[in-house]
Design a protein around this ligand. Structure first.
Ligand code: IPM
Ligand code: MN
Length: 351
């Protein structure tokens, strides 16, 4: 298979972790006779520095003609001030919006060999296998914003169509998994959540009667995620709830460095990124955990290129490296931690 993969390494540890994921993709390509071409483009703070924009026109153009985007991370201390007019995050938000990447898949998998990294007790982690689908192009993130001297507003809007496509995607994925869908909202308070619920109900009843549906308030979900995480299968929720819930969920595997994601739209083009940030404190030292980005590359193979067995091969290689004790500094190594390159080497060796 021939594919053009856009490389948007971004800032901080982005370039370090994406480099290891690219090595893994190249190994798999060689083994299976695929022809992957990579084209790099600046995004985030580095793009602001060189062009003045966090998403320069050529980067967006590449995003629109490639088959998939491997994304690192964005943000540097210089642009940390949230009141700045031009910020690295705008690059990522604009990419999501321009490409119509409305569904953000964030799998939460706990690797038994690193249960000790999680702040939760191991008995709570057994059997945890959650797929959170976060709506990614609507809600409060993209609604109108106003500001006066003494007040501010962020409008949260959802349309029926925006909810429908998330419900159908979630239910379809649930059907191929454990058959459970949990829809998370705040329908006791928010009108957008009442709309959300009213869309979920008939679709599930008419089109997915075989999938068990549960509605849960976001506050309760935040609690149950820690109390009984293995009960969750597929979770669907709106943009901001999903943002918050998935950072919380990253503490089940125990590190953001183990959490990949896929952002998908209507076609097969997708954006794949670790859910962690640019980690400026350790950037440039070669010690960041590359596993989340490597696992994101596996999702790229699965969702954009339809290469399921190659995706599994990468996932198995990461699990095996972890099982053999190849741990970066974030994974509480007992001895000398593996550095970024060594963790990448361990995966490559197992591929
Ligand atoms: C994420 C990040 C982004 C978000 C930021 C960088 C805009 O936190 O991908 O989860 O809030 O969506
Ligand atoms: Mn986030």
């Amino acid at each position: 298979m021939k594919a053009l993969i856009a490389l948007m390494a971004g800032d901080g540890i982005g370039p370090e972790v994406t480099a290891e994921a690219v090595r893994c993709l190249n190994v798999v390509a060689r083994q299976h006779g695929h022809d992957f071409a990579f084209e790099a483009a600046p995004v985030g703070a580095i793009a602001i520095e060189t062009t003045g924009s966090p998403l320069p026109e050529p980067t967006l153009a590449l995003a629109k003609r490639c088959d998939a985007i491997l994304f690192g991370a964005i943000g540097t201390p210089k642009y940390a001030d949230p009141t700045l007019k031009v910020r690295p995050e705008q690059g990522l938000l604009k990419l999501r919006q321009e490409l119509g990447l409305y569904a953000n898949l964030r799998p939460v998998t706990c690797f038994p060999s690193v249960y000790d990294v999680s702040p939760l007790k191991p008995e709570l982690l057994a059997g945890v296998d959650i797929m959170v689908i976060r709506e990614l192009t609507g809600g409060i993130y993209f609604g109108e914003k106003t500001r006066t001297e003494t007040s501010a507003t962020d409008i949260c809007t959802y349309t029926v169509a925006e909810v429908e496509r998330i419900v159908r995607l979630g239910a379809t994925l649930a059907r191929a998994r454990r058959g459970k869908l949990c829809s998370v909202d705040k329908a006791n308070v928010l009108e957008t959540s009442r709309l959300w619920r009213s869309v979920v109900q008939p679709i599930m009843k008419d089109e997915f009667p075989d999938v068990a549906l549960e509605h849960m308030y976001i506050d309760a979900a935040a609690m149950h995620l820690l109390r009984r995480p293995s009960d969750f299968d597929v979770v669907i929720t709106e943009n901001m709830f999903g943002d918050i819930l998935t950072d919380e969920a990253s503490m089940l595997p125990g590190s953001l460095g183990l959490c990949p994601s896929a952002s998908l739209g209507t076609g097969t083009r997708g954006l794949y990124e670790p859910i962690h940030g640019s980690a400026p404190d350790i950037a440039g030292r070669g010690i960041a955990n590359p596993y989340a980005t490597i696992l994101s590359a596996a999702m790229l193979l699965r969702h954009s290129l339809g290469l399921e067995s190659e995706a599994r091969q990468i996932e198995a290689a990461v699990a095996s490296a972890l099982a053999d004790g190849v741990r970066t500094a974030d994974l509480k190594p007992t001895g000398q931690p593996a550095n970024t390159r060594e963790a990448g080497d361990a995966v490559v060796a197992r591929l």
